[in-house]
Design a protein around this ligand. Sequence first.
Ligand SMILES: Cc1cc2nc3c(=O)[nH]c(=O)nc-3n(C[C@H](O)[C@H](O)[C@H](O)COP(=O)(O)OP(=O)(O)OC[C@H]3O[C@@H](n4cnc5c(N)ncnc54)[C@H](O)[C@@H]3O)c2cc1C
Length: 387
Amino acid sequence: MNFDLTPEQDQLRDAVRALGRRYGHSYFVEKAKTGGHTSELWSEAGRLGYLGVNIPTEYGGGGGGITELALVCEELAAAGCPLLLLVVSPAIAATVINKHGTDEQRKRHLPGLADGTQKIVFAITEPEAGSNFHRLGTVARRDGDDWLLSGRKCYISGVDEAQYVLVVARTEDASTGKLKPALFIVPTDAPGLTRSKLDMEILSPENQFLLYLDDVRLPADALVGESLDAGLPALFAGLNPERITVAAMGAGTGRYAIERASEYTATRKVWDGRSIGSHQGVAHPLAHAAVQVELARLMIHKAAALYDAGRDLEAGISGNMAKYAAGEAAALAVDTAVQALGGAGMTTEYGIATLLGAVRAGRIAPVSREMILNFVAQHVLGQDKSY
Ligand SMILES: Cc1cc2nc3c(=O)[nH]c(=O)nc-3n(C[C@H](O)[C@H](O)[C@H](O)COP(=O)(O)OP(=O)(O)OC[C@H]3O[C@@H](n4cnc5c(N)ncnc54)[C@H](O)[C@@H]3O)c2cc1C
């Protein structure tokens, strides 16, 4: 058993950390408060090759795996820049297209995803279906060689920043009650595709949208893969990378909060010249949160290693557990850090309460803690499916 990163992974981690720190949390907050996007950070990360670490070298990527992409997600978050679009564009979309797209789709999309000039966001959630994606109501119908897509999606992140959205639909002729998914790469400016921004209580430069698809006409080659049979494996291909990278983002955010709080409590003195961190009532909750974050990181490394070794089923279990653990640990860490700073914890200046909404959402999205517990109960504990 080896817990060490390779020298290349170590270098990557240090380099991404340095980049993240150059921008920092105040950059992230300023963009969020002024309605901007983290475009400069995204472009620089793309130019430096960090967005494409998991994309094959023949398409301009780094030829690494989800281990490397998770490092990028974690280190940017640990610098105060938790970028959700890393989870949708390089983790989900690039994996789906690389593994299940056609040659032509790989050539068209992977180089831009690798250097950050192209973003593809991901749309599965629907108002009526929610966690139950078997109830998806977005329908794809054939019209000659074209496809027509109709339906509604909700909470879709980053549509305003992306050139394409990877839409999960179902085929009309397969409406037997069982999901026969089909994935489509839809230009965000396609006629018939409209959006409205959702007001969310999350301080983030990345926004969520309602999407309306009204007979969106797409050419045959917008369908991911050579045939409709690619749909189900393509959909599942995105799940493990999504779980692992979102977990890494949570762990990084937890580290960021604990680090900020530890610096503060080690130097803040309100009693007889002793730091507030010398009081166990302040230090122990922080230490407890640090343990939870570190445990989550272990599970993230395990899940990423299994995934990169091609052991998808085991990676599914570890990835879900990692996502659960990191979501809980990040929320605990940020809440504990706010408490340790007292009033300063609620200010914008100290940059911790600014993450409360994001870590709270991390217990719901992209898969809720309850749905992970359902998965673990069924697949690890052998219980009957409860839903
Ligand atoms: C910030 C943010 C960004 C997002 N970005 C995207 C995105 O880019 N693309 C995308 O497609 N979606 C996105 N989502 C949507 C997200 O994936 C969903 O919110 C999530 O899957 C839960 O679905 P829901 O909100 O419809 O909740 P519901 O399914 O309505 O569930 C409500 C509550 O009931 C619980 N619940 C439901 N069923 C069960 C059950 N069988 N057993 C136990 N508990 C259950 C859930 O855990 C949850 O707590 C985003 C959401 C947020 C908050």
